[in-house]
Design a protein around this ligand. Structure first.
Ligand code: ATP
Length: 363
């Protein structure tokens, strides 16, 4: 059977385990030899016990678990050609020519580069007598399928990244808990929510928790935001509301591109309204805990689709990313999606928020 390896790379997210499990089982079902690569690209470069053959039972009891049981890492070695050369040798030795990479845009970019370099890496290995002529000829192409695992939902090309829904569950639980205590003491709570340069988690949190105000990177507030914020908070209190909730995305900025922090927002509220104001930084709770039913199903569907894509790939099939479009699992050209994601980041850096939103909306 064909050699398939699955690994997780970059930041972890809930639902990655469901995807790993589906890759392993779909691979075995289709008669492949399936491997785990532990600790992301680092495990691929280091080889040895980091690359192990999986069986049906080795992915039992992981579908619900958050994080990734096969480990994830950031790997400097893989960014350099000598690192990728070692990785190629480790794959060829095991007959692995199909990779499922589960990670963010960095991990997917690395995989695409690896695929493009594959022939020249193998030529170099052959020249150095690190692989045989037979191996060189047997493995002419490295096929890649990507799955986007991230709580941030910051990738162009998929409606939902694996992990976003679970993170929202964690955040909403926390906000609901805070609301009950805030209500008792008539407090204002400022919650800092993850998401890096993407405001998705914050926006959905704000809508679903009836927050009074939200700061997200894609829609920086006007210069007079302190006044607008205070007016809104006061108006709510006057209408009989006993508490105020303000959501601040970790990547929130003002119109000059300067970060807006929870501390800054607190100072505005305290100085102007003298409200009893507290900050809660949700932090890693958001990426922890068991995955939601949605992420388990999403992970399963993406994992199965990734292996099917690899098995159907021909010599000139480009690297793909499997993603969710409406309720459909689809395959899209990996680099198109990565480049669009990078274009969004660039538009945000250029303070062209309208363009960023437009580009992201195209997913
Ligand atoms: P997250 O969204 O959680 O940050 P990510 O996949 O974008 O996930 P990165 O840290 O950017 O996270 O990338 C993970 C790893 O992928 C890197 O440590 C590196 O080993 C590899 N990688 C990233 N970009 C490249 C690249 N341009 N060339 C080669 N390898 C890369």
């Amino acid at each position: 059977g064909k050699g398939v390896a699955v690994f997780t790379s970059g930041g972890d997210s809930q639902g990655m385990n469901a995807a790993v499990r589906a890759c392993v089982r779909m691979g075995i079902y289709l008669g492949c030899k399936v491997f785990f690569i532990k600790e992301g690209y680092q495990g691929m470069v280091d080889g040895g016990n980091n690359i192990v053959e999986a069986n049906w039972a080795s992915v039992s009891g992981i579908i619900h678990r958050g994080g990734t049981v096969i480990g994830s890492a950031r790997c400097q070695d893989f960014r350099e050609r000598p690192g990728r050369l070692k990785a190629a040798k480790n794959l060829v030795e095991r007959g692995i020519t199909n990779l499922v990479v589960i990670g963010g845009d960095g991990s997917l970019t690395g995989a695409n580069l690896f695929r493009q370099e594959w022939t020249s890496l193998l030529d170099e290995l052959l020249q150095n007598s690190q692989i045989t002529q037979e191996q060189r000829q047997k493995y002419p192409i490295l096929h890649i399928a990507g799955i986007v695992g991230s709580i941030d939902n910051d990738f162009c090309g998929t409606d939902m990244t694996v992990g976003t829904d679970s993170a929202l569950h964690r955040i909403i639980e926390a906000v609901d808990a805070i609301v009950s205590t805030a209500y008792s003491h008539q407090r204002t709570f400022i919650m800092e929510v993850m998401g890096r340069h993407c405001g998705y988690l914050s926006l959905i949190t704000a809508v679903t928790s009836e927050a009074d105000y939200v700061f997200i990177p894609e829609s920086p507030p006007f210069e007079d935001w302190p006044k607008r914020l205070c007016d809104k908070l006061e108006q709510e209190r006057q209408a009989g509301q006993r508490l105020n909730i303000i959501i601040v995305a970790e990547g929130a900025v003002d119109r000059t591109g300067k970060p807006i922090t929870a501390e800054q927002v607190k100072k505005v509220v305290v100085d102007n309204l003298h409200q009893d104001t507290r900050i809660t930084v949700l932090g890693h709770v958001q990426r922890g805990g068991n995955s939601s039913a949605f992420d388990r199903v999403l992970g399963c569907r993406m994992g199965a689709e990734a292996v099917l894509a690899l098995m159907e790939a021909t010599d000139d099939t480009e690297a793909c990313v499997v993603s969710l479009e409406g309720n459909q699992a689809v395959r899209l050209p990996l680099m198109d999606c990565v480049l669009r994601t990078k274009a969004v980041a660039q538009a945000m850096a250029d303070k062209n928020w309208e363009l960023a939103v437009e580009l992201r909306g195209k997913s």
